[in-house]
Design a protein around this ligand. Structure first.
Ligand SMILES: [Ca+2]
Ligand SMILES: [Ca+2]
Length: 267
């Protein structure tokens, strides 16, 4: 080992190749030239333990559905399996929760899940035992939706660390998010029926019906401007429509099925 001028220390990593348990000493006798060495700093002792464990934790993760819209709920399933031949103990698995979704609920087939730290703890996994963590989340953004689960700690050495983590990603089919109501009282809050990102679909067609099935509003290229007045149908009027539940059909003209749902009109 040759040091460049001015270097006062170095560090290095060793791989344990011996399968004989015991203490292994690395001291000054391993240095060819001891003249410039602080011999008080050159002792390191490595203890090789007798380890008969054969543990390999495999983490698999999936999500359903893989394609969703903002506001939808998706379900992640994380599976931990011990592919080894001996028992694994004190296992912790970290579910790295992305920013683009909100935690809703979780359940486990074994062990405990902490919904603050997002750590799943399992006391024991026998050989070939497989257990699952199910996490339900609500999509809140069209970005940052990659969810990773990884083996965080384990009492025994893991024989294969290439299978210790897995990802699942949700794809947003589009950015449309339809609010569930409006309150056209000019207070600046929800005064019109707002559809997030509707401007990206200029060919859109929106129809709104009252609870008797009578269409009271229609618009091509809707631009978030419906303020609770009818522009079509028998009830066509410049007056505000009554408080109540209305039904919408929004066709984005993308070839997909129109979206339908209820909205609440209030003042
Ligand atoms: Ca493993
Ligand atoms: Ca309002």
């Amino acid at each position: 080992m040759i040091f460049p001028e001015g270097v006062a220390f170095c560090s290095f990593t060793v791989v344990v190749t011996s399968n004989v348990p015991g203490s292994y000493l690395n001291d000054t006798t391993n240095f060819e030239d001891q003249n410039n060495i602080d011999t008080s700093q050159t002792n390191a002792e490595l203890t090789v333990l007798d380890d008969n464990s054969n543990v390999d934790i495999e983490i698999l993760k999936s999500v359903f559905p893989q394609e969703a819209s903002i506001g939808d709920q998706v379900t992640f399933q994380i599976t931990a399996t011990n592919l080894g031949t001996t028992e694994a103990t004190d296992i912790t698995i970290l579910d790295v929760f992305p920013n683009g979704m909100n935690f809703v609920s979780a359940s486990t087939s074994i062990g405990l899940f902490d919904d603050v730290t997002f750590i799943w703890s399992i006391d024991v996994l026998s050989s070939n035992q497989s257990e699952t963590l199910t996490v339900v989340a609500q999509i809140s953004s069209s970005t940052a939706l990659l969810n990773t689960a990884l083996l965080s700690s384990l009492n025994e050495p893991d024989r294969d660390d290439t299978n210790n983590r897995d990802d699942a990603e949700v794809t947003i089919d589009d950015c449309i998010y339809i609010t569930d109501g409006l309150s056209p009282n000019n207070d600046g809050l929800n005064d019109t029926f707002h559809i997030e990102c509707i401007e990206e679909f200029p060919d859109n067609n929106l129809k709104i019906y009252n609870r008797y099935g009578v269409q009271i509003y229609g618009s091509n290229n809707y631009q978030n401007n419906w303020d609770g007045r009818a522009n079509t149908g028998l009830t066509r009027t410049s007056n505000a429509l009554p408080v109540g539940v209305y039904f919408y059909i929004l066709d984005l003209k993308t070839g997909d099925e129109p979206r339908t749902g209820w909205l609440y009109l209030n003042y």
